[in-house]
Ligand binder design. Structure first.
Ligand code: HOZ
Length: 426
């Protein structure tokens, strides 16, 4: 038995499935997870001393790579001054101002600790602000694990049952959640126009889906959402937990030029620590207590260590040419693979440094298309990469991420390994 196997077996006795988040269990790839001991730059190392080039990057959080020296230093300095106070600090205002400066649709924001909290709070704010109950989400989109948003969700939820809805979700939450197909302009427009629009508090969307693999919005889809929600008096919420500061400094909304009413952030804004936020127009955000009557709170919200890590990360992203360099790195990896994919059924869907390689299909536009992907091939592919020291997210419909720490040498090595696997057949 490897040390990873022994630790995992012990963990299974005290942690359900041995993991604190289901996709980490490697169930989707029919393997046992490695137990990670450390990370540095583009590498992670497990307790058995095996090294992996990491394309998961803590699910997109680590845009600068593992243990980035300046982030480490900033957080160490804060920890020496105290790691949590449960009271206002200067640093949270600084990070809030930085986000407001970079994302024009956000005038005020509140920090929470996870993407789940951010989207859950966004819905509560939308209901409090509009006085309406129902929300619209898209089939296969994943916005964390609050009740209303687990309905027909993506990521690990898709593996549960045909409805992809978790057991234990309140029936009234299901009844109040309307699920529509992503990228279907006609279906969304006719739903919102046929007398339903005025019952909808909010439409929540991943502007670039990242939890059913990377699926880009088709031309006009986000524009239609902006137009129709405004007509219906419903709020438009962008879940930018993955895309925020990933695809561009202005997030997906900057990339596509659409101003949502509210935005949820997570991952990158915590710089490797648990931090997330919900933000939007001041008049909407001011429904939150203590100004308004929508309640939300959290001891670790705005945690100073996470705020330091987030601020230091955003400062580095602001450096001229950062996103251009990241794009070049990603192309260095992706372009040879795309060439190899011309000869076999499969495709890469990408925006900036986030992408997914799908087997068995030439295009994925929505959840329906995922039914045709070749899961068995993905499992063989994952295992082959793993054995060669390359770690990608352990499920076929997740996003892969390139970080600023990925070296050209490791990107080329990865591209060569993948191209030869595709060429030789897996
Ligand atoms: N929500 C993540 C997948 N899209 C998984 C998070 C985790 O397992 O840490």
């Amino acid at each position: 038995m490897t040390i990873s196997e022994m630790i995992f077996a012990d963990a299974c006795k005290v942690i359900p499935g041995g993991v604190n988040s289901p996709v980490r269990s490697f169930q989707a790839v029919g393997m046992q997870p490695m137990i990670v001991a450390s990370g540095s730059g583009d590498l992670i190392c497990d307790v058995d001393g095996r090294e992996f080039i990491d394309y998961c990057g803590s699910w997109g959080q680590l845009i600068l790579g593992h243990a980035e020296p300046r982030v480490v230093r900033a957080t160490q300095q804060q920890i020496e001054k105290g790691s949590s106070f449960g009271i206002a600090t200067k640093i949270e205002g600084e990070l809030a101002r930085k986000i407001v400066e970079l994302i024009p649709s956000v005038e005020k924001l509140r920090f929470v600790s996870s993407g789940t909290e951010a989207t859950m709070t966004a819905l509560r704010i939308a209901r409090g602000y509009t006085g309406r109950q129902k929300i619209v989400k898209f089939i296969g989109h994943y916005h964390g694990h609050s009740d209303s948003l687990l309905v027909q969700a993506g990521s690990g939820v898709s593996a549960l049952n045909v409805e992809a809805t978790s057991k234990g979700v309140n029936a009234s939450a299901i009844a109040d959640t309307i699920c529509l197909p992503f990228n279907d302009i006609g279906a969304v427009r006719s739903f919102l126009r046929s007398g339903n629009g005025e019952k909808i508090a909010a439409v929540i969307v991943e502007p670039i889906a990242g939890n059913m693999g990377v699926v880009l919005p088709e031309k006009g889809f986000l524009e239609m959402l902006r137009e129709e929600t405004a007509l219906a008096g419903a709020l438009l919420i962008f879940d930018e937990v993955i895309t925020g500061f990933r695809v561009a400094l202005g997030g997906a909304q900057g990339f596509f030029g659409i101003d949502p009413d509210m935005t949820c952030f997570g991952k990158i804004i915590g710089g490797g620590f648990p931090a997330a936020a919900v933000g939007g127009k001041a008049k909407i955000m001011d429904v939150l207590a203590p100004i308004g009557q929508v309640y939300q709170a959290g001891t670790l919200s705005g945690n100073p260590v996470a705020m330091c890590a987030g601020l230091e990360t955003l400062r580095q992203l602001e450096v001229e040419g950062f996103y251009q360099r990241l794009e070049e790195k990603t192309k260095r990896l992706v372009l040879p693979i795309e060439k190899a994919l011309e000869k076999i059924p499969g495709c890469i869907q990408r925006c900036g440094s986030m992408f997914t390689l799908f087997f068995g299909v030439k295009q994925v536009r929505n959840k329906e298309d995922l039914k045709s992907i070749d899961e068995a091939k993905f499992r063989r592919f994952f295992k082959a990469l793993f054995e060669r020291g390359i770690y990608i997210p352990p499920a076929s419909s997740e996003a892969w991420f390139v970080s600023a720490a990925h070296t050209d040498e490791r990107l080329d090595f990865t591209a060569n390994v993948i191209c030869s696997l595709l060429r030789d057949g897996i």
